[in-house]
Design a binder for this molecule. Structure first.
Ligand code: AP5
Length: 210
């Protein structure tokens, strides 16, 4: 089984959704840089203050801030883990390679027009981080998280204009990581728009357990 996994893919590809299922069913621990940064913004920490303006604009938080934050977290890991949202630049990938040798970079590939629709319809849980979609994965009770009962919210960066900027930033800074991990023989790509969330999980499960 592959136990050290980097999740790649554009905003809205389903990284967080699949990470949640991999954690629930296969015992992975997921480290999501996006969740960590949003938590820091909510708590008003120094990190949160630095990160907020970049996140609100759909840009990337500077490499030194992210690499410092992740080094500490990865050092403390034990058992199977997923990195969701890290690395996002070649510089971050090189820094990760100095700490750990990952088993696989799993790239979830979805066309842009579907991504915009998914993100503008997404609702998120601030507490347990569960992810919903008003079109295809609504909560049982409107506005309330099925898992923990918290009030769901729409992320500030899920407004249409910001989503478009995030996609541009992804193409420019993160897309080159596909080639980076391909050259290392670590890349596996899954079509993230063919089938339901469960269908895509089944494909991923087969790859992870192989
Ligand atoms: P982050 O939180 O990592 O955002 P992201 O990468 O843009 O990814 P998303 O969380 O938007 O999408 P996802 O792929 O997880 O999709 P999801 O599963 O939710 O980062 C946010 C910001 O933080 C960045 O913009 C940046 O500023 C900063 N940041 C983070 N990491 C950084 C780093 N390393 N360096 C610098 N800055 C960093 O799914 C989306 C929707 O689609 C949901 O509604 C879901 O229900 C639905 N869905 C999922 N799968 C399917 C399916 N198969 N069919 C139909 N609907 C589906």
């Amino acid at each position: 089984m592959k136990t050290k996994i980097v999740l790649l893919g554009p905003p809205g590809a389903g990284k967080g959704t699949q990470a949640e299922i991999l954690c629930d069913r296969l015992g992975f621990v997921s480290l999501s840089t996006g969740d960590m940064l949003r938590e820091a913004v909510r708590n008003g920490t120094e990190l949160g203050k630095k990160a907020k303006e970049y996140m609100d604009a759909g840009g990337l938080v500077p490499n030194d801030v992210i690499i410092g934050m992740m080094k500490e977290k990865i050092d403390g890991l034990d058992g199977a883990f997923l990195l969701d949202g890290f690395p996002r630049t070649i510089e971050q990938a090189d820094a990760l390679g100095e700490i750990i040798d990952v088993d696989m970079a799993l790239n979830i590939d979805v066309p842009d027009e579907i991504l915009v629709q998914r993100l503008t319809q997404r609702r998120s849980c601030p507490d347990c981080k569960a992810v919903y979609n008003l079109s295809n994965k609504p909560p049982k009770k409107e506005g309330i998280c099925d898992k923990c009962g918290a009030q769901l919210y729409q992320r500030d960066d899920d407004k249409e204009e910001t989503v478009k900027n995030r996609l541009d930033v992804y193409r420019k800074n993160t897309f080159p990581l596909i080639d980076y991990y391909q050259k290392k023989g670590k890349l596996v790509t899954v079509k993230g728009d063919e089938g339901s969330i469960e269908d895509i999980f089944k494909k991923i499960e087969g790859i992870v357990k192989n």
